[in-house]
Ligand binder design. Structure first.
Ligand code: UDP
Length: 406
């Protein structure tokens, strides 16, 4: 188990002391996180790392996952796509099913002093707020800048009942009658996904997957989701391959709250059409070391998303000092300043062009990676994220009071 003090060598002693100080202000209060999946996707990734660290700081933190049937997750995936601005149809009966599943979950749950609800799937739990005096916060991880207005109208009825809402970036937020707080997500530099790895582990991983490290490797790690554009990645690889001898790795698994994975995988396999230099790797849950090794051993990392929340995979790649080419959507431009800490692209053609250029200019590519790592270190590590949450929880608990932090 990682000890919180181990982060001192990366972020400094002062920040860790500040975390203990803030955590002390929450003594006797309990904080409950609620989301819709324990594995797969960025939210589960963050909660898996954050809850043990909060506990080490002395915070009474817990994490509950709501239950739902297949139909519920098909509906919430439509919500997700619609809120990202993709056109979807949701019937009255589906809205009712969504509310019914939220109600069933609420009936089975005990709520804590601060209830921290992540994303749209459990948003309607608030309708079943049991006692007064508790604080409810809605944590939105997705980009809300262009939502389908019909879904947003529905969601709004629930979101506005919360005491406050947290968004990842200013551009994601909506005009709301409740206080809004901006807190960006983070990665854990000491997790299996991100820690330093010995070279032999990287070598063995590539060998095990049959990937040749003597030629450049371009990799995208993602759930198989249309919005991550895996088919666009293959098309960009093909265009670039007319000029440079590259291989492509598309690696990822699913999430229990995402039913679209197998369909997307079929399309990806059809597009790849038995090209021996395309490696499609279906990863089981807890493939953290494999993902870490694939990211570290690759020449370039892609994240060609068409829509994105924050895009943790970009932070993971940059933290490893990797030249990264990513779609200019969602939280990705917060992480990449074009031509300084990575490359932002808008099309298959642009992505192909930049793959070719970075392969041909390794020194420039190396510099992009180095700047990217520095940016992640300064802004997107888990210690900063915990501090922001502790400040938020403290402000909710002591609303109107002056809190002495010295
Ligand atoms: N991830 C994983 N296994 C997979 C695919 C993704 O562990 O098969 C991780 C990935 O490394 C990252 C997170 O899941 O930490 C995905 O977060 P991101 O914000 O990039 O996208 P989301 O899936 O939340 O849309």
């Amino acid at each position: 188990m990682i000890r919180i003090e181990q982060y001192e060598s990366i972020v400094g002693k002062v920040l860790i002391e500040e975390l203990f100080l803030l955590a002390g202000k929450l003594e006797g209060r309990s904080i409950q996180n609620i989301n819709s999946t324990a594995v797969g996707g960025g939210v589960a990734e963050i909660l898996n790392r954050m809850i043990p660290l909060l506990k080490q700081l002395g915070v009474s933190a817990s994490w509950d996952v709501i239950r739902g049937d297949e139909k519920f997750f098909e509906i919430t995936k439509k919500f997700h796509n619609g809120l990202h601005g993709v056109e979807v149809e949701i019937s009255q009966e589906e809205y009712e099913h969504f509310l019914h599943v939220n109600e069933e979950n609420a009936d089975d749950m005990e709520f804590s002093d601060i209830v921290f609800v992540h994303d749209p799937q459990p948003v309607a739990l608030i309708d079943h707020r049991k006692t007064n005096g508790r604080k409810w916060v809605w944590r939105c991880h997705i980009d809300f800048s262009r939502p389908d207005p019909r879904i947003w109208n529905f969601m709004q009825k629930y979101v506005t009942q919360y005491d406050s809402a947290v968004f990842s970036a200013p551009a994601f937020a909506r005009t709301l009658p409740i206080p809004q707080v901006l807190i960006s997500p983070s990665i854990d530099p000491l997790s299996d996904k991100n820690k330093e790895l010995p070279d032999p582990v990287i070598e063995q991983t590539f060998e095990r997957f049959g990937i040749d490290r003597s030629r450049p490797v371009i990799t995208q790690i993602s759930r198989f989701d249309y919005l991550k554009d895996p088919v666009g990645v293959i098309r960009a690889y093909r265009k670039a391959k007319n000029h440079v001898d590259i291989q492509l790795v598309l690696a990822g698994g699913g999430a229990t709250d995402d039913p679209e994975g197998p369909m997307v995988m079929e399309k990806v396999q059809a597009e790849a059409a038995n090209d021996k230099d395309i490696h499609i790797l279906l990863l089981p849950p807890s493939s953290d070391i494999e993902i870490n090794a694939l990211q570290r051993g690759s020449t370039i990392i892609l994240q060609k998303s068409l829509r994105e929340g924050f895009g943790l995979t970009v932070a993971e790649a940059l933290w490893k000092g990797k030249p990264t080419i990513a779609g200019a959507v969602g939280g990705i431009p917060l992480q990449i300043t074009h031509k300084h800490s990575g490359i932002l692209t808008y099309s298959v053609e642009g992505t192909a062009q930049w793959i070719k250029q970075l392969i041909n200019e390794p020194e420039y590519a190396r510099k992009l990676g180095e700047n990217g790592r520095e940016h992640i270190k300064n802004n997107y590590l888990i210690t900063r994220h915990i501090r922001d949450y502790l400040l938020l929880f403290t402000s909710l608990m002591y609303e109107g009071d002056l809190v002495y932090l010295g």
